[in-house]
Each structure stands twice: as C-alpha cells, then as structure tokens.
Design a protein around this ligand. Sequence first.
Ligand SMILES: [Zn+2]
Length: 253
Amino acid sequence: MKFTKKQIDRYSRQIILKKIGVAGQKKLLKSNVLIVGAGGLGSPISIYLAALGIGKIGIIDKDSVEISNLSRQIIFSTNDLKKNKSSVAINKLRKINPDIKLHSFNKRLTIKNINQIAKNFDLIVDGSDNFRTRFLINDYCLKNRKILVSGAISKFDGQVYTFNFSKKKSPCLRCFIPKMPSSPDVDNCEYDGVLGSLAGIIGTIQANEVIKEILEIGDTLCGYILIIDALKLTFRKVKLNKRSDCYCNEKKK
Ligand SMILES: [Zn+2]
C-alpha cells in the first residue's frame, strides 16, 4: 500500500507522531471496525474513527432518527428526522472522509445475523443501549477471539471497558455481570435520562481505545473498567478480575 499525496496530507498530523508514523497510519487504513448502534456513543465513535482513517467501518442500527435523539446524537441534524440512522450516519461519514470504505446495516443485531454481519470485522465497538445486545456482542467476540470496546451512559455516569479476546487472560462482560439483568431490552437513557455531552466523553474514549488496540500502543483498558462521574469529574479505573467459574473460561478450554 502506497500513500497518495492526499492521504499524506490528510493524515499528516498522525503520521508525524512517532508512535504512529507511516506504518501505523497504514495499519489503521487496513483495519476494520464494526460499530453497533448509531446513537449517542456511535456518533462520536464513528466520526473520529472515520476522520482519522480506519480503512473500513460498518455501522448497524435499525432505528430512525427521532427528535429526542438530537441532544446527544451529534451525527444527525434536524432535517434527518424519520430517516434510518445507519444510512444517514454513513452518508455523513463519507463526506468527512471519502478515503475509506463504509457499510451500513439497517437492522437490529441478533443471534441469527451476528455471524454474517460481524465476520468481516476484527474489532467491535459497542455503543448499544440494552443488555441483550451487550451480552450478544460479548459472547460473539469471546467465541471468535475478537476485540470488544464497550461503553455505557446513564444520567451523569459513564463506563468504558475493553476485552481483547485474542489474549487468553482477558475477562469478559459475564465476569463483571454474571447474569443478564431483568428487563434486558430497556434503554436506560429513555427512562433515566442522560446528559448529552457525556455521550461525547465516553464515545471519544472508546474511539481512543480502538486506536490503541489496533496499533498496540500505550496502556489499553483491557481488563479494567473505567467509571466516570461527569458531575464530580472523577475517573476511576477498576481492575476487572476474570472469574474462574465464568462462561469465558469454559469457552477457552
Ligand atoms: Zn468471563
């Protein structure tokens, strides 16, 4: 892969970084990321990943843009109301960076379609809003040894966690939450509310972790959960231990 003059200009501020360079930027352009949910988290995640040159990005979301989304889902505008989220998002990303491949999946991620949709992606970013999808992605990534960067927001609180299942010692979501909570389909933002700018904080941290996982630079969050209180502005990084009786140990045998 040889950079064009335009690519060198576009990515020059990253190429100049010693930890990235030409080789790192090429690695980003050869990488592929599936973003689950084109919502509050999916907006900043997709904008940054597209802008900084992830070579292939997929976005899956079945929903249409509603007016109550606009306070935090910054990839959408008022004239996008009622349009499908994943298609609108992809069109916006194409304008930000025509240099990369973009795929939209206008459907809900289910146990039936996850293999088909996710098979061509090495890393999955979870920006979903319910536990059923979170557990589904966790189990899929675990089984297929993929990298999962997950984020969650509610009220003024946010969490980010990363599981790199290509590494044997990575814990999984079930080590942290052994059983799927009752009412796994409830969207917390709808019932509890959420501060718009918190989606930006958490989504941007997720995008940052994706880059570190792909380039293998810095200290990634793998094995930790980052807990953020936006009101007190505290960031706590808590070690997440692998549970010996967890599903992830059975799967590794
Ligand atoms: Zn586990």
